[in-house]
Structures are given as C-alpha cells and as structure tokens.
Design a protein around this ligand. Structure first.
Ligand code: UDX
Length: 435
C-alpha cells in the first residue's frame, strides 16, 4: 500500500515508520521545514526509544520518505492519514481542530484521485463527518472516503505498542474504506491483533472513552492510596489484590503523583466538552479531572510534611521531571506544580532528569539543574522521586545519605523498599504505604 502521513509528531512519525517497516511505501509530510530537515539529517524531533534506528533503516530501504510538499506527498497515495496535533483549545478545553481542518482543505485540492482519508489524531465525535463535508466543499475527487483509526500508543513504548496492539480500531461507513484499512493492517492481523470495525462516530468516541477509563483507574487507586495512608494499609498490595481479578485487571493501578502527559489531561477535558455540547452529564470523568488536578497540586505538601512542616529555607532535590520515564515530554507533568509549590513555600529546588532537561528548563524558572542524581541530592533536605526512570531504581542510598543535608526520601512512585531506605539512615515516605 502507498500511504501518506500528514504530521510528523509522536503519532505520525511512529506510525509512519512502523507502517514502512511492515513493507508499505510511506511518505510523511510536515509543514515544518526545520523538522523535516532534521529528520533528513537523522535527528529525531522527539525522544522515543528505537525510533531513530527504525526511521533510518526504512529510509535506507527506500520505503520511508519525508517532505514538506503535500501535493508531491499524496501524488500516489492509496490512503492518507491525518496525524496532526489536536491540542486543548485555549480557554475552554475543547480539542482544537484548526490543524486538522487546515490539513484537510489543503489535501482536498492536492489529491489527484480518490483515496481513503484516515484520522489518526484523537478527534471529537463528528469530526469525520465534518472532514467529509469539507472534502466535498473543496472539490476532493469523487469517491474520497473518510475513516477513523485512533492510535493507542504510549510514549516511551510507542513502537512496541504500534507493533503489538491489543486491538486495531477502524471506524468507517464504506466497505471500500474498511478493505483498504484491513490491507494496511494485514501484517498485524496475521499476528492475531483483533481488528475491530465500527461506525465512524463510535470509533471516535471509543478513543476518548479508553483514555478516560484509564485516567479513572489511576485516580481511583490514588484516592485509595490516601485511604491506605490513613488506615495503615499498603496500596501496592491492594492494587495487586484487586488487579488479579480479571474483571478489574492489574494495569494502570500504580498510585503516584497524578497522571500527566499529552493525552489523559487533554482528552478527559475534551470528552467533557463533547458531553456538555450534547447535554449529557459525565459525572465520573468530571470528578476524575478534579481529583487529578487536586492531587498534583497537593504533592508539595507531602514534601513539606517530610521536612518537618515548613519549606522555608529548605533545599529539595527532584529526581525525574518528565511526566513518565523514557520520554522527554513535559506536558502536564506533575513535576511542574510540584516544583512551583516548593518554590512558593520558600524552598530552593535542584532537579535532574535523564533526558528532559531541555524541555523542562523553560517551564521551571527558579529550578537549578544538576548533571546527575547525586549532584542534585548534594546538600538537600529532601530527595523526591518524581519520575520512575530506571536509573533511579538502584541509587547508592548510603552515599545519598552522606551527601544530603537532611534525611527525607519522598518516593512518589513507590520504587523503593521502606526497610532498605531506613537501613541507609534515611526516612521514607511513599504513596499509599501506611506504616
Ligand atoms: C496514554 C495512553 O496509555 C495511550 O493509550 C494513549 O494513546 C495516549 O495516552 P501516555 O500518555 O503516553 O499514553 O502514557 P501512559 O503510560 O498511559 O501514562 C499516562 C500518565 O499516567 C503518566 O503520567 C503516568 O505516570 C500515569 N500513570 C500511568 C499512573 O500514575 N499510574 C499508572 O498505573 C499508569
């Protein structure tokens, strides 16, 4: 199949490279000439394990191309995926579809013949209908179809998620569109990845429902963690105890500082906006958003308590700043309200992140950046594990104790064993681990 991917962000670049790796002929188009230039030079615009090698090998095999020229990019396409950004619209939380619709208008004029236009970006219910209307209005070739194929990949594990999906979801109203998408995903189909066909609106809503449900699981276990602390129970055992029940499932039950990233915060808000537009209440998702915002804002209080009740004049070291490990993405990271809360309370803050520094620095004015975990910990009253990067899992705790001014270890990801921490002479405070 000849595939064009419009947008070389997370979803577009990973999907494009993986589809090329299946043997399809893929052209990725992006308006950002600097970005395309960098990719041509072998520099990835995002930090994602395995991506650089995958892009390079498929470029070398002549199956993966990059261009800023949309008309040239779609000249031979069978299917055109739209994978441009859909950020939250400033002010109201609605998904901003400006980039999607602009791409569609341009595409309509550039298409030499009918293709299947596929939305991969997360778009609100009804966007496929609007795309169809715009394509007609702008004179796209007769027979051009629109399908929805939401992407479920996670940052940091994006390639594995694309190649081993739990399911592939295709929302389409035409048999021909279903056939083309089935051809594109045939390599995965043979691996027994279920290919689920639904109506277009159903597929659009399913993506939001999936992300809202996962966000709900996280907020649920975070509130249970608070209760564990109050009653003297251990949330990790509770999570295991409920997660082994197949009806519940063990994943997304890690208590922590609240969810962040490019999807959950944005998509839960967008789901609420859609519900509001249609006059349907979504009390659960609305509470999830509220619980998560409050949780992120409350994390600096935990550090304050750990250093004796006041942050004034204290020094706090933050390990990990990105919203999760294996990414440089800082969007809606819990580290941002945490650092702000610490600084507002009068603490000085040193931080270290293995790859996130460049993205983090402009977002965290007043924070000092260290070159490694030990440099950050030097002279600190409290050491806070904010993101569970692997390199923080086996720190030399005795050395840490020696170089710190105080002794508080606040483990917001529960990666340490209380006993081991206390044996090294530090005090331990995890999440939902009542004593
Ligand atoms: C998510 C979805 O998982 C993915 O399917 C969708 O396509 C995009 O959004 P991503 O945002 O990359 O992916 O990361 P994910 O691993 O889902 O983590 C999201 C946030 O939830 C992170 O801040 C993470 O730390 C937090 N989280 C996740 C928890 O706090 N506890 C958990 O048990 C799992």
């Amino acid at each position: 199949m000849r595939i064009t991917m419009i947008g070389t962000g997370y979803v577009g670049l990973v999907s494009g490279a993986c589809l090329a790796d299946f043997g399809h002929e893929v052209t990725c188009v992006d308006k950002d000439a600097a970005k395309i230039g960098l990719i041509h030079d072998g520099v990835m615009p995002i930090w994602e394990p395995g991506l650089e090698g995958l892009v390079k090998s498929n470029q070398e095999r002549g199956r993966l191309h990059f261009t800023t020229d949309l008309a040239a990019g779609v000249a031979n396409a069978d299917a055109v995926f739209i994978a441009v950004g859909t950020p939250a619209r400033r002010g109201d939380g609605h998904a901003d579809l400006t980039y999607v619709y602009a791409a569609v208008r341009e595409l309509a004029k550039a298409l030499p013949r009918a293709v299947v236009v596929v939305t991969k970006s997360t778009v609100p219910v009804g966007t496929g209908d609007e795309i169809s209307r715009i394509l007609k209005e702008e004179g796209a070739p007769e027979g051009t179809m629109v399908a929805s194929n939401p992407e479920f990949l996670r940052e940091g594990a994006a390639i594995a998620d694309f190649k081993h999906p739990d399911r592939i979801l295709v929302g389409a109203e035409d048999e021909r569109a279903r056939e083309v998408l089935a051809q594109i995903y045939r390599p995965l189909f043979l691996n027994k990845a279920p290919l689920l066909f639904t109506g277009r609106r159903t597929a659009e809503l399913t993506k939001y429902a999936a992300n809202a449900f996962l966000a709900m699981k996280i907020s649920f276990i975070n509130e249970i963690a608070d209760l564990c602390e109050a009653v003297g129970a251990d949330v990790q055992d509770v999570a295991r105890g409920i997660g082994l029940d197949n009806r519940i499932g063990a994943k997304f039950l890690h208590a922590g500082p609240g969810y962040g990233g490019s999807c959950f915060p944005k998509d839960t808000l967008a789901l609420l906006k859609t519900a509001e537009d249609f006059g349907v209440r979504q009390r659960i998702v609305s509470t999830v958003v509220e619980v998560n915002d409050a949780r992120k804002a409350a994390m600096s209080d935990r550090v304050r308590e750990a250093v004796g009740g006041s942050l004034l004049g204290k020094r706090v070291a933050l390990l990990g700043l990105t919203f999760k490990p294996n990414t440089d993405d800082m969007r809606d990271s819990p580290s941002i309200p945490l650092a702000k809360g610490l600084l507002a309370g009068g603490a000085s803050v040193a931080a270290y992140d293995p790859v996130g520094r460049e993205q983090a620095e402009p977002l965290l004015p007043g924070v000092e950046f260290a070159a490694n975990a030990y440099e950050a910990a030097a002279g600190a009253d409290a050491l806070v594990i904010v993101t569970e990067w692997d390199e923080f899992r086996a720190l030399d705790l005795r050395r840490i104790r020696q170089i710190m001014a105080g002794a508080a270890l606040v483990d917001l990801r529960n990666i340490y064993d209380r006993q081991a921490v206390e044996d090294a002479g530090l005090t331990y405070r995890g999440v939902g681990r009542g004593t």
